[in-house]
Design a binder for this molecule. Sequence first.
Ligand code: AMP
Length: 585
Amino acid sequence: MLEKMEILHVEKVIEEFETMTKDAENVQRETLKKILEENGSAEYLQNLGLNGRTDPQSFKACVPVVTHQDLEPYIQRIVDGASSPVLTGKPITTISLSSGTTQGRPKFVPFNDELMETTLQIFRTSYAFRNREFPVKNGKALQFIYSSKQSRTKGGLFAGTATTNVFRNSQFKKAMKAMQSQCCSPDEVIFGPDFRQSLYCHLLCGLIFREEIQLVSSTFAHSIVHAFRTLEQVWEELCVDIREGILTSRITFPSVRSAMAKLLKPNPELADLIHRKISGLSNWYGLIPELFPNVKYIYGIMTGSMEHYLKKLRHYAGDVPLISADYGSSEGWIGANINPNVPTESTTYAVLPNIGYFEFIPLKENVEEQVHDRGDANILSMEPKPVSLTEVKIGEEYEVIVTSFAGLYRYRLGDVVKVMGFHNSTPELKFICRRNLMLTVNIDKNTEKDLQQAVEEAAKLIAEEKQEVIDFSSHVDMWTDPGHYVIFWEISGEVSDEVLKECCNCLDRSFVDAGYVSSRKVNAIGPLELRVLRRGTFQKVLDHYLGLGAAVSQFKTPRCVGPTNYKVLQILCDNVAKTYFSTAF
Ligand code: AMP
């Protein structure tokens, strides 16, 4: 019998969103009340003297703004199996490992059913708006999603990355079905113990179901680009598997092999077709629509540190639209992309006022403090004056503070966002950068965004030679006197020394921050150094993070490597092939 399919009622989802966002202030007030009532018995809140009060004023007066570091002792007790309620009323049974790109090691954050529900609400909301513009038919999604290692903590809690916790939840599959976006790969592939094997099988499943694929997606755009770069290497092997109906011996896990065996039948016609299509491509342009003729769009987080991959993704995508996925973190979700039509770089995220209580630290007022900002420790010593969700101003930048249903109260997420407008009375945020990722030697101050723009500019010079920057990172070298910026590049192929010298100068000139330029002119900052890395270096960085328990699904290349992240710094420094110093000043 045919399974009855429950399709999401998109107009209803949109209607609910419209109603809620028209009354954002009240919805926030109610949401805070709900969070505090549900968790009032938790030790953390009990000790803050709220005495049952749930209004924003009392909340702000009694509860301090904190960082992850402040909450670590509480979270650790939960991880170790505390028997009394520590941060939440109901016990926490699952822990998420955030990607830990910034600190160089994953952080523990609580995960619970409420967080799962808000995740699905975000997914449904953006899907509803997306589907209005780009309707998908009943088919399948080629999703490059992977699980991290799941383990048990000392106290018996499940621990995995947030995405793994979401993918493993039975509600996830149901929701994906309702959104006509179910993954074309079997669970054994998604949860396979080796991501390279899973990636190969995802590609194979995509090709087997090529006619049915409606969208290609991943959590972050990096994984999509990574997947198609891999396809460039393994496509002939994939064709052999399809032709013979036998999976390559490189897939060794029995569970994955048996799941794939159920899908794989000898199909020489399909193998020939794929071979022909790929052979006909020019430099892989338009690979995605060529292989998946019914694909409607490509979906994944594409803003912030993912912007670097857009160029390559556009190349693979040809004329298929790219749509950025929503904005959130392991700690909780924030906003949905409800304007899928705008160019990816201009994506904004409308905050859902019922999924958490949100506050924003205005960055303009804290300019002086920012100058001294070198990391979390100093951010801590500041006295921020946050404003509430409906008080933010268009055009201003803020740091996001979340209070969640999963035991985080006035928690500094560390992200900088800019208010671009309002949808009804809820703000639409543009993601700017991580706040503590900063290149600074003295009075200069360059963010992740400035770095990305500089790299984009300099990369144009190697694009003329048909080469590209596969990935990049940076570091402030204070061992030299004066200190200077170091930019690491991994490049797709050979580029002459002359061009790379010019790239180095271009990078140096592209940091236009007044503090940087004036310091460079008087040599208070030394010449910028470009270090070209051997091919595969960023793969080693990825492997390093996977070894720490991260998942490919959540991976973000660290854009600025601080001295305490010495393992990553060592990988980068050990793999330098060529070095150039700027002569721009
Ligand atoms: P994780 O620690 O792995 O949970 O990653 C969460 C972080 O990823 C956020 O705090 C942001 O810095 C970044 N992030 C999440 N969503 C987006 C987005 N839509 N655009 C840009 N950056 C994002």
